[in-house]
Design a protein. Structure first.
Length: 193
């Protein structure tokens, strides 16, 4: 729309039809907030998932430590407690890593999807803007063709009127001079005074 608009000579200024441009800006303004809200929701969900994973990991660690203390108190076997605590830590770490990878993968998928939808909306908006511009050009061309036809018709009427007037003007063959002075014989088609 902007690139197709007319440029004011000797300046870098372009003349743009205000209504289609404002319509397109409104369309973009309406659609963009939803895409940003979706992105913010994705980030918020990621933070919540990571927070839940950390809380879950902390709970498991605390449970493991309690279990280790219990084993140590009950059986006095330090190595067994350390071994079980280490196993729990590794299991928790592996689970957290798996959850983190899954969360990151899901967030990336949602980000790509949101980006694709935004690109599709942008393409649709550009296509609609181009269609509006083409429709406006077609309408303007039809109006100008109509005006041109009307002007041609009026020009024909004017030419016919002038030809009629010129054909009504007396020619030298229609005029004669008598002995008392000059007189002009009017043709039957000449306008009356």
């Amino acid at each position: 729309m902007i690139l197709d608009s007319r440029r004011i000579p000797l300046t870098g200024i372009r003349l743009i039809d205000e209504e289609p441009l404002l319509d397109q800006l409104d369309l973009v303004r309406i659609n963009l907030p939803s895409a940003f809200q979706e992105a913010e929701e994705i980030v918020r969900q990621k933070e919540e998932i990571l927070l839940q994973a950390e809380e879950y990991a902390q709970q498991i660690i605390e449970a493991a430590e309690r279990r280790a203390d219990q084993i140590l108190d009950e059986m006095g076997i330090i190595r067994q407690a350390e071994r079980e605590a280490q196993q729990i830590r590794q299991a928790v770490q592996q689970e957290c890593e798996a959850m983190s990878e899954q969360t990151i993968s899901e967030i990336e998928r949602m980000r790509l999807q949101a980006q694709q939808e935004l690109q599709e909306m942008r393409s649709l908006a550009m296509q609609e803007a181009e269609d509006i511009q083409n429709g406006a050009d077609d309408y303007a061309d039809r109006v100008l063709v109509n005006i041109e036809q009307q002007l041609n018709d009026m020009l024909k009427v004017i030419r016919n009127g002038r030809q009629q007037l010129q054909s009504d003007v007396p020619t030298p063959r229609n005029a004669h001079t008598d002995a008392g002075g000059s007189s002009t014989r009017t043709s039957p088609n000449s306008p009356k005074k």
